[in-house]
Design a protein around this ligand. Structure first.
Ligand code: SAH
Ligand code: SF4
Ligand code: F3S
Length: 468
């Protein structure tokens, strides 16, 4: 049952903590603002959360650094989605021990999805005594208070809270990018795919009010943002539990209708409720990206059932074919899991067949990683890592061939691109409206602007061209 949405403003007491922290920090560091190093693991949800942490920190007068050595506060915002992600965090926290010994005043804080798992939060707290603050995703709006307490009491603090089903608006945000920005439209996930930890660490699905999203998008566009990506674990279920009668396609259209020259993207779209209405809105609104990220996970109906995905291959192909018919040049991408417990060679062949049929522009591929507390972790998983890795190798070779065919078909075209960054001396990385990287010669003052590019050459996954 979707719960009624409860939107609240950032509690006044947190604003007070921000003020009190500013005073403490000023007293402690003088005008040499303390420097914070934040590393973000995982997905864009975490990136968006880190941007809130930075927004709150900025208000307290903190500065930021990319160099751990000169940091006064180090924050790792962690991801729990696969074992590899967790291992990296454990390794990197271990490596901070020497730094803390050299600089006893250093505050090390860990937050994010890993901390919402009790066994992990406790392991961190017990194995790394130099970590001063641990907090989970449900208490991020209380960060000023937690940081204040950690800094003033000198005691170690662990705060996980529970999912109160609320959305706190009005938290200041300091975005990393100046022309590409993330805009969360909803939090949490109710889908409980059997392999996935996200619903356990992010809580129940809740949508932000449409007017708040539209106003934030407008202020980003006024501030010069050229690409806005609407974020949610499953944007297609946006709107459930809101008083307003709205769904994701309508929200998308309302944002696209804001005046200005910008591109609009979104992620992620769950195939079980990706509707023709959504595809029509993309097709009819030129500002909306022609990139559709539609994770299929497996091409076997048997495995999709075990994954609790609520669609089959026929339904997936239905929406893909509709997208191809309505959006010329659509760039389809997907997430795939190889080696779900009990996946047979036959199941895996179905995954290859689907990839061959859809012809994705690119894929994000993962070997299944068991997550404590999820239903799939209790299934028999007879295949060795070698078997799974061999399957992954075959999948990657197939996709490389398909991607190369797709990029080759774009040579000779003239496309509008957004120039994003310097690739190397004299060469810029730009992106097409469908999200494909194009390398073009040019100077860095073009970064953050739209341009026309002629595609002259294709690599396996990227394009090369020149500005016209
Ligand atoms: N909400 C998004 C995905 C979020 S997680 C969606 O449903 O599409 C990003 C991707 O990580 C998933 O699509 C899945 O392919 C992968 N993933 C999640 N849990 C995993 C696990 N236990 N092992 C391997 N890959 C996993
Ligand atoms: Fe995980 Fe499934 Fe939710 Fe995506 S939709 S976050 S894969 S449970
Ligand atoms: Fe990882 Fe949390 Fe995102 S588990 S993938 S950072 S929602």
């Amino acid at each position: 049952m979707p719960q009624t949405n409860k939107t609240e403003l950032l509690p006044r007491e947190q604003e007070d903590y921000i003020d009190r922290l500013s005073e403490v920090l000023l007293y402690r560091y003088g005008t040499q603002h303390p420097k914070v190093f934040i590393h973000t693991y995982g997905c864009q949800q975490n990136v968006a959360d880190s941007e809130k942490l930075k927004g709150m920190l900025e208000k307290t007068g903190c500065g930021f650094t990319e160099d751990k050595e000169e940091a006064d506060i180090i924050i790792f915002n962690t991801c729990a989605v696969r074992e590899h992600a967790e291992d990296r965090v454990f390794g990197n926290v271990g490596a901070l021990k020497a730094l803390k010994r050299r600089k006893p005043s250093l505050l090390i804080a860990l937050c994010g999805c890993m901390m919402e798992q009790e066994h992990i939060a406790e392991k961190i707290y017990n194995s790394f005594p130099y970590v001063g603050l641990v907090f989970g995703t449900h208490v991020i709006h209380r960060f000023p208070e937690l940081l204040y307490n950690a800094m003033t009491t000198g005691k170690r603090l662990i705060e996980r809270g529970t999912d109160d089903g609320k959305i706190y608006e009005g938290i200041p945000v300091r975005r990393d990018g100046s022309f590409k920005g993330w805009l969360p439209v909803m939090y949490g996930c109710d889908n409980f795919c059997t392999y996935c930890i996200v619903p356990y660490v992010r809580g129940r699905e809740r949508s932000r009010k449409p007017q708040i999203v539209i106003d934030e998008a407008r202020s980003m566009i006024n501030a010069g943002y050229k690409e806005i990506t609407l974020l949610g674990q499953n944007v297609n279920s946006y709107g459930k539990g809101l008083e307003e009668s709205v769904n994701f396609p309508r929200l998308l259209k309302s944002v696209a209708d804001i005046e200005g020259d910008f591109w609009l993207s979104f992620m992620t779209s769950h195939p079980k409720d990706a509707s023709k209405e959504l595809i029509d809105v993309i097709a009819d609104n030129p500002k909306i990206s022609t990139h559709l990220h539609l994770p299929f996970q497996s091409g076997s109906d048997r495995i999709l059932k075990l994954m609790n995905r609520h669609y089959d291959v026929a339904k997936y192909m239905d929406i893909v074919n509709y997208a191809k018919s309505r959006i010329p040049d659509v760039d389809l991408t997907s997430d795939v899991i190889v080696g779900f417990p009990g996946e047979t060679e036959e199941d895996f062949q179905c995954t290859l067949d689907l990839i061959e049929k859809v012809e994705f522009t690119s894929l994000f591929t993962f070997i299944y990683s068991p997550r404590v507390g999820t239903p799939a972790a209790r299934l028999e998983d007879p295949d060795s890592h070698e078997v799974k890795a061999e399957r992954m190798g075959r999948l990657l070779r197939l996709q490389e061939r398909i991607s190369a065919k797709r990029t080759a078909s774009m040579v000779g075209r003239r496309l509008r691109v957004l120039i994003e960054e310097q690739a190397r001396e004299g060469i810029l990385n730009a992106r097409t409206h469908g999200g494909v990287v194009v390398e073009v010669p040019g100077s860095t003052d073009l970064i953050g602007s739209f341009a026309e590019a002629e595609i002259t050459e294709a690599g396996n996954f990227i394009l090369r061209g020149r500005l016209v």
